[in-house]
Design a protein around this ligand. Structure first.
Ligand code: FE2
Ligand code: FE2
Length: 232
């Protein structure tokens, strides 16, 4: 897929990839673009256009990851975006997935034991993910914001390496959940509801992987470099 450029119409961006709808919302951009270009909409909304483009292009094309470019943006800008994404997961995606899962369970007529197993697997996954997001919102991000504000290392010896948890666990669990459903679940449910549930899991997995990529390859790298500079 071709990458988006400043002068492209904002409406064409959504036409080319509707998965970007929640991504643009995280920037505070809403529909009704008329003939405006990406640059015009960003300027109107006081959004850093290059940062916006780096993010939407990262979401659109998996092979495109403007590491060098993203590394040049302020960590505070990246954190704001990541925090909005967390809010989107907590307030919208997880409740939606849970609603769909409950609908699937309600549609089960006999021997629902494997669905119950899926449900408990999902609940454990959700609890773990929420702990991860909370840790970032309450410890990791404030640590970084403070580091850039004070420009000194913490005297208690904390560092980004100690604070930030690995993403492997939450990524693997979500993929296990999908595989469990696709490969092993007895088909005692209503098909359309199950498909909706599974589609929501696939979409969430994509979004989450991109999110983790920005954290691991951009934000954490930036902060580690900054800590090194401060430690000299
Ligand atoms: Fe995160
Ligand atoms: Fe994370």
């Amino acid at each position: 897929m071709e990458l988006f450029r400043k002068e492209d119409k904002m409406s064409s961006l959504i036409g080319a990839n509707y998965n970007l709808l929640p991504v643009i919302n995280r920037f505070g951009i809403r529909l009704g673009f008329k003939e405006k270009s990406i640059n015009e909409v960003c300027t109107e909304n006081k959004i850093h256009t290059d940062f916006f483009l780096a993010i939407v292009n990262t979401y659109t094309d998996e092979s495109y990851f403007p590491e060098a470019e993203l590394l040049s943006f302020s960590p505070l800008l990246i954190i704001e975006y990541l925090k909005n994404t967390h809010r989107y997961y907590i307030e919208y995606v997880l409740p939606k997935i849970e609603r769909l899962l409950n609908k699937v369970i309600e549609s089960c007529t006999e021997d629902c034991s494997s669905l119950k197993m899926i449900n408990s697997f999902y609940q454990k996954y959700k609890a773990e993910l929420l702990i991860h997001l909370k840790l970032e919102d309450e410890k990791v991000f404030p640590y970084i914001i403070n580091l850039y504000k004070e420009k000194t290392l913490n005297s208690d010896g904390s560092s980004i390496e100690v604070l930030e948890n690995e993403h492997t666990n939450v990524e693997v669990k979500l993929s296990d959940l999908k595989n469990l459903i696709i490969r092993h679940l007895s088909p005692n449910y209503e098909d359309n509801t199950m498909n909706e549930f599974l589609t929501a899991l696939f979409q969430f997995e994509n979004d989450l992987n991109d999110h983790a990529r920005i954290e691991d390859h951009i934000l954490i790298v930036q902060v580690m470099e900054f800590e090194k500079e401060l430690g000299k």
